[in-house]
Design a protein around this ligand. Structure first.
Ligand code: ADP
Length: 399
C-alpha cells in the first residue's frame, strides 16, 4: 500500500511517497514559498532531483503539483492517483485529546482545531494540508499522527507546572512534549538492539536536531520529556534558549524596552547555540569548524549544549531509577561525534564505557557506541519520522 506522508507548514509542505509494506521510499520532495510564489523540489527514488518554479497561491495548488509530479509519465512513480491508497499527516499538537494516531474524520478535525491555541503556528497549517488533500483525494483515507501523542503517558507529577491549578483546568497549561513520533520510533528500535521486550526497557532518547528534546521511556512509555507546553522548554537548541529563569523575560523587557512578543522573539529565534556563539550559526557543522579553529564562543555554545543534555540524562536516570541504554538521534545526535563524546564524558558513573574510537567521524549510521562490557549501552539510531507515520497510517487504514 502506497502512503503519501505530508508534513505541512504555513508556507511549506514536505512529502514522501512510501510503500508501507516494503518500507521503500518511492519519491520525496518539498513545496516551498506557498502563498508567496512557489517552488517544487521533487526526487524519485534513484532519480535526479528536479526543481521547478510553480505558482502556489495556496496549499491546494502545492498538493496538485505534488500529485502531478508523482504521476508524471516520465519521472513519476505511480500511474494514477488510485495507487496512493492513504495519506498520513504529521500533526504537531493533539493536546490531551489524542494519545495515539487516528483516522481523520470531521470530529477529529474539530478536536485538532480546538488545540490551535496551543500551537498557533503549526496546527492551522497542518489542517490546511488536510483540507488540500481532501479537495483532491476525497475518497482516500487520511490519518493524523501527532508529535505530542507519545508523551500522553506522562504522569501528572511530570506534566504539571508549579502554577495555579486553575490555569491547567481553564487553559490546559501543562507540559506536553514534542518529537513523540521520533522518540517512539527510536526507542522501539533500541529495544530490538538491546534484545529485550519493549515493555521491559529503560531508555533515554536524545533527539538532537534544530529542535532538541530528551525523553525518558520506561517500559515502552514516555514518562518525562524535556519540551513543555511549547517546544521552547528544555535543552539549549539551535536558536531556542531552553530552560531559563522566567524572570529574565521581565528583566530583558525593561532593559531593551520590549513587549512580550519582542522578548519571545529573542528566546525563540536569537538564542540557543546561535545566540551563545555570538550569532555565528545555529548549525553544528559551522560551530564545530569554528570550535576547532579556536573560536571561544563557539566552544562555549557546544559545551553548554552538551552539558544541558547530560543534566537531563542524569535527571531521567533518577526518574526511572536506572537506565539500560541512551540513544542519540536526529541531525546532531546522528552526526556530531564531538557532542556525543562531550555528553558521554559526564556519564562514566552510570557504568558507560564509551567507544571513543568508534565514535570518531561516525555519521548517520545505526551503531552501538558503548564497549561490549558496558553496563549501560549507547546507540546511534537514525530517526525516520516519515516511515513511522507511514507505518501508523498503514496499521490504522488496514483496521
Ligand atoms: P530539524 O528536523 O529539527 O530541522 P535535523 O534533525 O535535520 O533538524 O537536524 C539539523 C541539524 O543537525 C543542523 O542544524 C545541524 O546542526 C546538525 N547537523 C546535520 N548534519 C551534521 C553533521 N554532519 N555534523 C554535525 N551536525 C550536523
Amino acid at each position: 500500500m502506497n502512503v503519501l506522508v505530508i508534513n505541512c507548514g504555513s508556507s511549506s509542505l514536505k512529502f514522501q511517497l512510501i510503500n508501507a509494506e516494503s518500507e521503500e521510499v518511492l519519491a520525496k520532495g518539498i513545496c516551498e514559498r506557498i502563498g508567496i510564489d512557489g517552488r517544487l523540489t521533487y526526487q524519485p527514488e534513484g532519480g535526479e532531483k528536479e526543481k521547478s518554479e510553480k505558482a502556489m497561491p495556496t496549499h491546494t495548488e502545492a498538493i496538485q503539483f505534488v500529485i502531478e509530479a508523482l504521476t508524471n509519465p516520465e519521472t513519476g512513480v505511480v500511474n494514477s492517483l488510485d495507487e496512493i491508497r492513504a495519506v498520513g499527516h504529521r500533526m504537531v499538537h493533539g493536546g490531551e485529546k489524542f494519545a495515539s494516531s487516528v483516522v481523520i474524520t470531521d470530529e477529529v478535525k474539530k478536536a485538532v482545531e480546538e488545540c490551535n491555541d496551543l500551537a498557533p503556528l503549526h496546527n492551522p497549517a497542518n489542517l490546511i494540508g488536510v483540507a488540500a488533500c481532501e479537495n483532491l483525494m476525497p475518497n482516500t483515507p487520511m490519518v493524523a499522527v501527532f508529535d505530542t501523542a507519545f508523551h500522553q503517558t506522562m504522569p501528572p507529577k511530570a506534566y504539571m507546572y508549579g502554577l495555579p491549578y486553575e490555569y491547567y483546568e481553564k487553559y490546559k497549561v501543562r507540559r506536553y512534549g514534542f518529537h513523540g513520533t521520533s522518540h517512539s520510533f527510536v526507542s522501539k528500535r533500541a529495544a530490538e538492539l538491546l534484545g529485550k521486550a519493549y515493555d521491559e526497557t529503560k531508555t533515554i532518547v536524545c533527539h538532537l536536531g534544530n529542535g532538541s528534546s530528551v525523553t525518558a521511556v520506561l517500559n515502552g512509555k514516555s514518562v518525562d520529556t524535556s519540551m513543555g507546553l511549547t517546544p521552547l522548554e528544555g535543552l539549549v537548541m539551535g536558536t531556542r534558549c531552553g530552560d531559563i529563569d522566567p524572570a529574565i523575560m521581565e528583566f530583558l523587557a525593561h532593559k531593551l524596552d520590549l513587549d512580550v512578543d519582542g522578548v519571545m522573539k529573542i528566546l525563540n529565534k536569537d538564542s540557543g547555540v546561535y545566540g551563545l556563539s555570538g550569532g555565528l550559526s545555529s548549525d553544528f557543522r559551522d560551530l564545530t569548524d569554528a570550535s576547532l579553529a579556536g573560536d571561544k564562543k563557539a566552544q562555549i555554545a557546544m559545551e553548554v549544549f552538551s552539558y544541558r543534555v547530560a543534566k537531563y540524562i542524569g535527571a531521567y536516570v533518577a526518574v526511572m531509577n536506572g537506565v539500560d541504554d541512551i540513544v542519540f538521534t536526529a541531525g546532531i545526535g546522528e552526526n556530531d561525534d564531538i557532542v556525543r563524546e562531550q555528553v558521554c564524558s559526564y556519564l562514566g558513573y552510570l557504568g558507560i564505557e564509551f567507544n571513543t574510537e568508534l565514535n570518531k567521524g561516525l555519521r548517520g549510521k545505526e551503531t552501538e557506541l558503548s564497549m561490549p562490557g558496558s553496563k549501560v549501552k549507547v546507540f546511534v539510531i537514525p530517526t525516520n519520522e516519515e516511515l513511522a507515520i507511514a507505518r501508523e497510517t498503514l496499521e490504522l487504514v488496514r483496521k
